[in-house]
Design a protein around this ligand. Structure first.
Ligand code: ZN
Length: 471
């Protein structure tokens, strides 16, 4: 791994003060930045995954259809809510015999979303009322240009304008359309220090009253603002039947630092791991088109709120898909039970980790203080907030060694609370072996999180080694 200080000293000694050459891993980070900016919500993250999967020869399979696949077949299943996705490469052998090689991550991030009746006017402005998803750092949302993205829903209407009903399900037909107004259309201004002299010491942020966003000033009536919004975004609040709309930081993610070794942007938690898992799956199938084991990348919504939704890690989505694939595999013996596959399954649960912070050094146990750009982190917790065991940690460490990647450890200080993730949930749902890992990062749940450019490529290398395996 490149030592940035050494690089800088060498550059100075040679009179060359231009930037160090990009490493392979850092070029991967630039691809990640593009992908991340195109993925402002879980809907868009799933769509960004689908775009790349299709380009790599993966074919859509409806959740309501057959999941039978021949060895080497590439497929993906999008949950009907559009926010979770499972991609698979069917192995040569039955999953009942080999288990699945599974990488899991989550598509949602803490953010602000519009309330059902969001628009109002006050103090000469038009305001969008927000509600929060997950444990966001509230003050990070002040003074950031914000864009609008999400899904808009429309009732399909038949003759006479009445709702159309499906001939199959007997239910009203509703269409979903993705929206991404990639422009700075809103802002949540902070309060001046002169109007609250105690804010630096106290400064609690009330999410009911203080996190609503201004979208216009002096435009006139609410109807005029609604028309302006419709013209720019295609979202006509007067005509919409439903929506899941998010406010998201409008600024493009970027690499920062004299050596450009850091990546700052929203949603690293956990889209960085979604991107790594996706890239590893695509690269591994290019390396080994007909793998022995069935490879799976599962990306779930709703981790930030506990995973208990129809497409979250606590749902039956993954288990159902894996059982259906195992039952239909051509090599699965008639006498076998599909559940046998879970006994051999190994899951890398990938969610970001807290890097040691130079300004808050006492918040890490010094023996378990992961550093940025020093490799993936194994996360362990004796109270089972992570699913890692001694055995699964050793397995992941072996994969890192085989991939030529350094590995780090994280155990939270014992006088602090530990976070959790989809690892324990996936482990319990499948009764499978799981290791919880992630790339180190700062400011988790901020609008501008920071991770290491080198670490992304390193994680891809380990995951690719895991998918391809040593068989
Ligand atoms: Zn996370």
């Amino acid at each position: 791994m490149t030592d940035p200080v050494q690089l800088a000293q060498t550059a100075l000694a040679q009179g060359d003060v231009s930037l160090p050459a990009a490493t392979e891993h850092r070029e991967a980070a630039d691809d990640y930045i593009d992908w991340l900016h195109q993925s402002p919500t879980p809907f868009h993250a799933v769509t960004s995954c689908v775009r790349q999967l299709q380009a790599a020869g993966f074919v859509a399979r409806p959740h309501g259809g057959s999941l039978q696949g021949a060895p080497g077949e590439r497929m993906y299943v999008v949950h009907p809510d559009g926010k979770s996705l499972i991609a698979l490469v069917i192995g040569q052998r039955s999953p009942v015999d080999t288990g699945y090689a599974l990488v899991a991550a989550h598509t949602d991030s803490p953010d602000l979303r519009l309330r059902l009746n969001p628009l109002s006017q006050a103090a000469g402005t038009t305001v969008l009322a927000t509600q929060f998803h997950g444990g966001l750092i509230r003050r990070a949302w002040f003074d950031r240009p914000l864009a609008l993205a999400g899904a808009a829903y429309q009732i399909v209407r038949g003759k006479g304008g009445s709702p159309k009903f499906s001939e199959v399900t007997g239910m009203p037909v509703v269409t979903r359309r993705l929206v991404h107004l990639d422009a700075p259309v809103a802002i949540i201004p902070d309060l001046a220090i002169h109007l609250d002299r105690e804010k630096n010491d106290k400064g609690a942020v009330n999410p009911q009253t203080m996190l609503n966003a201004i979208v216009a000033s002096g435009v006139g009536s609410l109807d005029e603002v609604v028309a302006l919004l419709a013209a720019q975004s295609g979202v006509d609040f007067g005509d919409l039947d439903g929506f899941d709309l998010h406010l998201v930081p409008a600024a493009r993610p970027q690499r920062v630092g004299l050596d450009r070794s850091l990546v700052t942007g929203p949603r690293h938690d956990d889209l960085a791991m979604v991107w790594c898992g996706l890239r590893a799956l695509i690269q591994s199938v290019q390396q080994e088109p007909e793998p022995v084991r069935t490879q799976v990348a599962a990306f779930f919504d709703a981790e930030e709120t506990g995973s208990l939704t129809s497409s979250g890690a606590a749902s039956s989505f993954l288990r159902d898909v894996l059982l259906r694939v195992a039952r239909r595999h051509v090599k699965t013996a008639k006498s076998a039970d599909a559940e046998q596959a879970f006994a051999h399954t190994f899951c890398i649960s990938a969610d970001m980790a807290h890097a040691w912070h130079p300004n808050f050094q006492d918040l890490h146990d010094k023996q378990h203080a992961p550093r940025i750009n020093q490799g993936p982190v194994i996360k362990a917790n004796a109270s089972d907030r992570y699913a890692t065991t001694g055995e699964t940690a050793a397995t992941f460490a072996a994969l890192c060694e085989a991939a030529g990647v350094r590995v780090q450890d994280f155990v939270v200080k014992q006088d602090m609370a530990c976070g959790t993730t989809i690892g324990p949930i996936t482990s319990a749902q499948l009764a499978a072996r799981v290791v919880d890992v992630g790339c180190p990062m700062w400011a988790m749940h901020s609008t501008h999180e920071t991770c290491g450019a080198e670490d992304l490529g390193a994680m891809v290398a380990v995951m690719q080694k895991f998918f391809v395996g040593g068989v």
